[in-house]
Design a protein around this ligand. Structure first.
Ligand code: SF4
Length: 605
């Protein structure tokens, strides 16, 4: 408990403090140069009823201290404890979106380059985050054309008799068949990294030098490859938007606040071009701007995510000097955190701030349009509450086979993918839609996971029959008073959609272009799409298994190899005999047999 008697035992020393509630959940982690002074400063907040600090302190049951030798040690420990405990009152770095990254497995003997969304502690190099999937794919495609590194999975390169299709498509130099040695392969990996780091001019100079050398040695094949790489790179450079003439690399932070919500953007500026962005949005934040920015910068960088030599900040932040020292230690060279006061650096901050502010404008616009739509929805369907959260259930099956249930969730007018659920129907045999819906709803409303908070409105794909199934489940679960229930269906193909509500004899019919109807149709269609994709993937798995199983001589081990090395049933069905023969365990005779099998029968799609 944080009171005078506890304070009398706190030393004047650097360290970290953890505030815990009654159930020993960590509420807040902080660091201090002088623990006594820092903790004493909390005492004055304790009386104030409306202050956020006072609200947090009212929940604190215990304070744990960890003493450190220096303030810098406390800073490092604080960052790691925040990552471990993710305390409710600290700023927790959560990207506004899940950004794609490009991973280069430099730790492997024959590195690969591919897309990922998760950074692992595995010594690989990660690039990005990219502002969108499309910008990441554009970069990755270009990279794979310019630098054809291997595309096959697996940390170890498996020797093969013949290369796969990637070689024929000039997308891989086939180290698997010894067509390139490790040294030139690694040199190509280095060039790919220069490209991903945005050091294109540097890379261009190197390629031009290599091309001249290759020509001088009359190695025209190599010179032609280099010429193509140079051409591709130049075309990319022409498309880039230069935001500053300076070629120094910088990370630039922008900041915007609206009441307790904070928006922060990080621009990765490399060679004068914005190479990537990261956006953080936090509602209901605790602490002042200086403390919040400090917590963000502390969490952005670590051993796997190093800063450039210059980090530009919109204002002075808490622990700035100490953080600069820590980042210099991490990078092994001087790394400065600076607040620019003039010139192009200040212009970059202004640009970043404008981008951070833009996020609020987007949110405000979305909120305003959702509020209007939500109120209209409530009024037209006479709902008991504003349906901020809507879930919709759909069943997909063909004559009862591979039946699945899908559930999508919309919050404030937008799909919330982490609330989507898929259910494989387990207890119903044959085509009985009502029983399947019953099974799905029982499983959904038995979910006690707090992440799956129940919606204010449940939309079912169907009319009175489905509605009465849903009603009986909500009644069983004692949720009928908490959730509005609506059905959406067409009675006949030539008619429009009708909305069904409990206790109403006739359906509600809205004009075809009414925004409320269009919104509900969008939710229903999304639920249908989600269910069909699951149903299709189950069916494909089954079809795939059964088609390959019918080929004599293809057992489980060979089936696995075929899929692993050729990729998909479609690829297998279209592969020439030579490619099939290159698969481990498949001889010429069997390869011919597989080929015949697919060419005597229709090719699967
Ligand atoms: S298997 Fe294909 S992708 Fe892998 S190294 Fe060989 S040719 Fe390249």
């Amino acid at each position: 408990m944080l009171d005078q008697s506890f304070l009398s035992s706190v030393p004047h020393a650097p360290g970290v403090y953890l505030m815990l509630d009654r159930s020993s959940t960590v509420l807040y982690v902080g660091k201090a140069k002088d623990l006594f002074k820092r903790l004493s400063s909390y005492i004055r907040f304790k009386g104030s009823a409306h202050n956020k600090t006072a609200v947090m302190l009212s929940k604190v049951h215990k304070v744990d201290l960890v003493l450190t030798n220096t303030e810098k040690e406390a800073l490092i420990l604080e960052a790691s404890l925040i990552k471990r405990h993710r305390p409710r009152y600290n700023v927790i770095l959560r990207d506004d979106k899940s950004y794609p990254l490009i991973k280069v497995t430099v730790q492997e003997e024959w590195p690969r380059v591919f897309m990922t969304r998760r950074k692992k502690n595995d010594k690989a190099r990660y690039f990005g985050p990219y502002a969108s999937s499309s910008s990441m794919w554009t970069t990755l495609n270009l990279l794979q054309t310019l630098f054809p590194l291997r595309r096959c999975k697996g940390t170890k390169l498996k020797p093969r008799k013949r290369p796969c299709l990637n070689f024929q498509m000039n997308r891989c130099l086939a180290p698997c068949c010894g067509k390139i040695d490790n040294e030139p392969y690694r040199a190509m990996v280095d060039k790919a990294i220069l490209f991903l780091e945005g050091r294109n001019r540097h890379l261009l100079q190197g390629l031009e030098k290599d091309m001249k050398q290759a020509s001088a040695k009359l190695d025209f094949e190599k010179a032609a490859t280099l010429r193509d790489q140079i051409g591709g790179l130049k075309r990319t450079l022409e498309k880039q938007v230069v935001v500053t003439q300076s070629k120094e690399d910088r990370d630039v932070y922008g900041f915007a606040r609206s009441d307790a919500s904070v928006s922060v953007i990080l621009l990765y500026v490399r060679e004068g071009v914005v190479r990537g962005t990261r956006m953080f949005f936090m509602e209901d934040t605790y602490g002042d701007d200086q403390a919040i920015m400090s917590q963000i910068v502390k969490q952005v960088y670590d051993e796997r995510s190093l800063p450039p030599q210059l980090v530009l900040l919109p204002f002075e932040i808490e622990d700035q000097l100490l953080l600069g020292e820590r980042l210099s230690e991490l990078t092994g060279r001087k790394t400065a955190l600076s607040v620019p006061s003039r010139g192009d650096r200040k212009d970059l901050i202004a640009m970043a701030n404008a981008n951070a502010r833009q996020r609020f404008d987007e949110i405000d616009k979305k909120r305003a349009s959702w509020e209007a739509l939500g109120m209209d929805l409530q009024k037209r369907l006479n709902l008991t509450r504003l349906p901020h959260h809507i879930e919709c259930v759909d069943i997909s099956n063909i004559s009862g086979t591979n039946a699945v249930g899908s559930l999508v969730r919309y919050e404030h007018g937008n799909p919330q993918k982490n609330g989507y659920r898929r259910y494989k129907i387990k207890q119903v045999q044959g085509p009985d839609d009502y029983a399947m819906m019953r099974e799905v709803l029982i499983r959904r409303f038995s979910d006690s996971n707090p992440q799956s908070a129940f919606p204010e409105m449940l939309l079912v794909d169907g009319g009175k029959g489905q509605l009465s199934v849903a009603e009986s489940i909500l009644k069983e679960k004692d949720l009928l008073a908490d959730i509005d229930l609506i059905g959406i269906a067409k009675e006949r193909q030539d008619e429009g959609e009708k909305l069904y509500k409990l206790g109403r004899k006739n359906p509600i019919i809205l004009p075809p272009h009414n925004p409320v109807l269009l919104y509900l149709m969008r939710i229903r269609d999304e639920s249908h799409r989600f269910g069909v994709s699951f149903h299709r993937s189950l069916r494909n798995k089954q079809t795939l298994a059964s088609i390959l199983d019918t080929i004599p001589g293809v057992g489980p081990a060979r089936k696995k190899q075929l899929l692993k090395q050729i990729g998909s049933l479609k690829n297998i069905s279209q592969a020439p005999v030579t490619d099939l023969m290159a698969v481990d365990g498949i001889g010429p005779e069997l390869a011919q047999q597989i080929h015949n099998h697919f060419h005597d029968e229709p090719t699967p799609r």
